[in-house]
Design a protein around this ligand. Structure first.
Ligand code: MN
Length: 252
């Protein structure tokens, strides 16, 4: 099947699903999303399920100072990330997605929805995860327990892991994210995605459960580091919340 036909077929399926859903026919692919357009109370964000609303930043804007400056944190959280959440909720209303369901379920079927949903659903999810993956700087900041063992097994050593992960971030051309994630066989993998895509999305080249996320959009570092993305990444290791990352690994 040609690429063109394949795309046409996918659009046909997507449109069929949407119209079927719109008149209340139960469909497996996206059926769990389709609810009324009433403003459902967004699901509370647990450690591993993400709601459509922004959760409070788990530290103050200046808590990561010397690694990420307070102004960058404030603009990033209260402007960029806030807009993803708002635009996601707007798209959810327009496309009849139930905002009371975990965002993860939507991302797994994101190919059936608009570019606005993809960009803002990913943008909101990625930032909610990113904030949790950080904490104030502390000495000897390294992973422990099962995660430390799994990193050594998968990448040879923690230093090798850091180099491969940093390369994923540095080599992402333009805007995007670097990821540590587990694949379907529970193996740890490193990868990157463009724009606001992530490994939960059915359209992503890399697929799995995100363990650790690094934002390499210029808005994440430009005020302090300008064009020096590598310096931002090198310094960022000081504020990674390995306790949280370890919990995500256990969950995966
Ligand atoms: Mn960002």
């Amino acid at each position: 099947m040609s690429k063109k036909n394949s795309k046409g077929r996918r659009e046909f399926i997507a449109n069929s699903l949407k119209s079927g859903l719109a008149i209340g026919i139960s469909m497996n692919a996206t059926g769990s999303f389709l609810q009324s357009c009433s403003p459902a109370k967004a699901v509370a964000s647990s450690a591993f399920q993400t709601g459509f609303d922004q959760q409070p930043l788990p530290y103050k804007y200046d808590a990561l100072e010397n690694v990420i400056d307070a102004m960058t944190m404030e603009i990033h959280y209260s402007k960029h990330a806030a807009a993803y959440s708002k635009n996601l909720k707007d798209a959810a209303m327009a496309e009849k997605v139930d905002a009371a369901k975990p965002l993860e379920e939507l991302l797994a079927r994101i190919s059936f929805f608009s570019a606005k949903m993809r960009n803002n659903g990913g943008g909101h999810y990625n930032h909610e995860l990113f904030w949790q993956c950080m904490r104030p700087k502390q000495a000897n900041n390294i992973p422990t327990g099962n995660l430390a063992s799994a990193i050594d097994k998968a990448f040879g050593s923690f230093d090798n892991f850091k180099k491969q992960f940093a390369d994923a971030g540095k080599n992402r051309f333009g805007s995007g994210w670097a990821w540590l994630y587990t694949d379907k066989d529970k193996n740890l993998k490193i990868g990157s995605t463009p724009n606001q895509d992530n490994p939960l999305m059915d359209i992503s080249d890399i697929k799995g459960f995100p363990i650790l996320a690094l934002d390499v959009w210029e808005h994440a570092y430009y005020l302090k580091y300008q064009n020096k993305r590598a310096d931002y990444i090198e310094n960022w290791w000081n504020v990674v919340n390995w306790d949280y990352v370890g919990q995500r690994f256990e969950k995966s």
